[in-house]
Design a binder for this molecule. Structure first.
Ligand SMILES: NC(=O)c1ccc[n+]([C@@H]2O[C@H](COP(=O)([O-])OP(=O)(O)OC[C@H]3O[C@@H](n4cnc5c(N)ncnc54)[C@H](O)[C@@H]3O)[C@@H](O)[C@H]2O)c1
Length: 252
């Protein structure tokens, strides 16, 4: 049985904790939950979590990856990261990539990374781009106020490295796409504030000698935290299920 510790009890962590508590993930059990400061109901510390867990799921934010990630990996525990944008920091990326624990990056709100990774393997991808369109309520307050109230506004245009650092709650997917393909400084990102957007849309485009790829993902934002698409808790739960289960048939 894989023992799973969870950091963060919000929009993403909450449903995963519930699924583990209810025994809905075959082969996995809840080992403990780490909140920002510990609470009376959950006084767990990182030391407790390291003792009790085989896999620790970060569902808390980029700061939590920096705060806890290296200690988890050095202790030989596996780490599933949701706030992948934290790895725009080269030193942190090196610290969590060195083992002995294994680092898993959750695809979260986007998809198609398996195919893009295959295309990247031959160095045949020359262009990788993400265009994300969100309703202003899914963006940070300062950005929301600076965008046009009635029309679409490009609020950011730059590299995945800049995107992940400047929009820690909004553009983690930029870092995931970059790490899966041509890197943080070669992956380009445009963020659009769109007051008419009903859904959060990510358009992933990649091309090169080997082919041309385009994925468009349109997801409903979570009502309780519109920065996070409603599909993300499901993506994280699916990732834990993939690591815990030993099904007869797997997609690889
Ligand atoms: N990869 C993706 O596709 C994707 C998509 C959405 C969000 N995210 C990332 O996931 C994070 C969590 O999203 P959410 O919607 O669940 O946010 P949320 O605000 O609903 O919940 C965050 C939870 O983490 C806790 N927390 C924050 N910092 C912590 C720390 N240092 N230690 C322990 N607990 C801490 C908070 O108390 C809260 O319980 C986001 O900040 C973002 O970085 C990634």
């Amino acid at each position: 049985m894989m023992r799973v510790g969870v950091i963060g009890t919000g929009t993403i962590g909450g449903p995963l904790i519930e699924a583990l508590r209810r025994g809905e993930i075959a082969g996995a059990q809840l080992a403990g939950v780490l909140t920002r400061h510990g609470t009376a109901e959950s006084p767990t510390t990182l030391t407790d979590l390291l003792e009790q867990s085989d896999l620790i799921v970060e569902a808390a934010g980029q700061d939590a990856v920096a705060e806890h990630g290296p200690a988890i990996i050095v202790a030989g525990r596996d780490l599933l990261v949701v706030s992948v944008g934290a790895l725009a920091d080269e030193q942190l990326l090196a610290d969590v990539s060195g083992g002995p624990g294994r680092l898993y990056l959750c695809a979260g709100a986007i998809g198609g990374l398996d195919l893009l990774r295959a295309a990247t393997a031959s160095s045949a991808l020359t262009t990788v781009r993400l265009t994300t369109r969100k309703h202003p309520r899914s963006l940070p307050a300062g950005v929301r106020e600076s965008a046009e109230p009635d029309t679409s506004t490009v609020v950011f245009d730059g590299t995945a490295r800049e995107a992940a650092s400047r929009y820690p709650e909004n553009l983690n997917v930029a870092a995931t796409l970059a790490l899966a393909t041509v890197g943080m400084d070669q992956t380009f990102v445009t963020l659009i504030s769109d007051p008419h957007a009903q859904k959060t849309t990510h358009v992933v485009e990649a091309s090169g000698d080997i082919g041309t790829y385009r994925f468009e993902i349109s997801s409903r934002p979570s009502p309780e935290h519109p920065a996070t698409s409603a599909v993300v808790p499901l993506a994280v739960t699916r990732a834990v299920r993939s690591l815990a289960e030993h099904p007869a048939v797997s997609f690889v």
